[in-house]
Write a protein that binds this ligand. Sequence first.
Ligand SMILES: Nc1ncnc2c1ncn2[C@@H]1O[C@H](COP(=O)(O)OP(=O)(O)OP(=O)(O)O)[C@@H](O)[C@H]1O
Length: 313
Amino acid sequence: MLEISSLVKTFGSRRVIDDLSLFVGEGELVCLLGSSGCGKTTTLRAIGGYLLPDSGSIRVEGAEISSLPPEKRPVSTVFQSYALFPHMTVEENVAYGLKVRREPRSEVRRRTGEMLERVGLSECARARIGEISGGQQQRVALARSLVLSPKVLLLDEPLSNLDANLRVRMREQIKDIQRGFGVTMLFVTHDQQEALTLGDRIAIIRDGRLCQVGRPEDVYDHPADRFCANFLGRVNTLRTDRGAVCFRPEDAAVRDGGRFTGSVTRSVFLGSHRELHIQVGGDEVVVYGSGERNPAAGDAVSFDIEKTLEWKK
Ligand SMILES: Nc1ncnc2c1ncn2[C@@H]1O[C@H](COP(=O)(O)OP(=O)(O)OP(=O)(O)O)[C@@H](O)[C@H]1O
């Protein structure tokens, strides 16, 4: 559906997008994940038509769109700020794009009403943007883009203005909406949990280059390199008599008589589990303890590593 090939963008002497190629299949949700300043927004702006890349191609359903202005591209963008019109009602915001396209008035009314219904906003159709919650505003922003039936929907950190609980709920709603509409989505985020839970696939970007693309489970369990391994979650490195081993905290089990023994330096209760920092020789590792065991700082504990983490590079 969306195919980006060898995209390059430089600002001054800096290559902000460096030979980036990415494919998003029809109805697929791909999360573009990377830390601040790595080129995520620049990539989205190039696809949306708000910025001209130096070279490379952007195709939707096989057709090159690079030379089209934003409004002629079969893509729509949901911005971080939502960019809603505060003086308009929810309904007017959703209808806006259809009116700009000069759709017949009856058609605008029908499609707007249908869209508000589908995203659960009918009841606040007449409310002004300032009168609805952050989560509702988020849905208005989505509805406003979806009503235009784009082939590809681009989302730039759309949940970053919401509090932690709402973010989690909105993730589920976005996933439901995406499945319900079967829309192809490229979702930009710097949040690992968001990418892991939302994406059919994740594309990890670093300094304008993709370092790994794959299903969340595959990328998490089989990272391409140390950077990807660390970026998706905590990695412990423990030197043993057979060389260093790397593992994630959840892949070790605290048990009596375990192969490794160390002294707890920190024991942090996190509700669902306890995070134990354990000094083993010259290395400090973090493992998750179960609810029944409550070791405190200074206690000796044993554990086994049940799964190790390896990468090729
Ligand atoms: N118009 C511009 N002119 C010059 N430099 C720019 C411009 N737009 C972006 N940059 C630079 O390009 C780099 C990548 O920016 P970009 O906004 O794509 O990063 P990002 O990954 O989206 O980061 P964030 O998560 O912080 O939004 C940054 O160093 C930024 O300062």
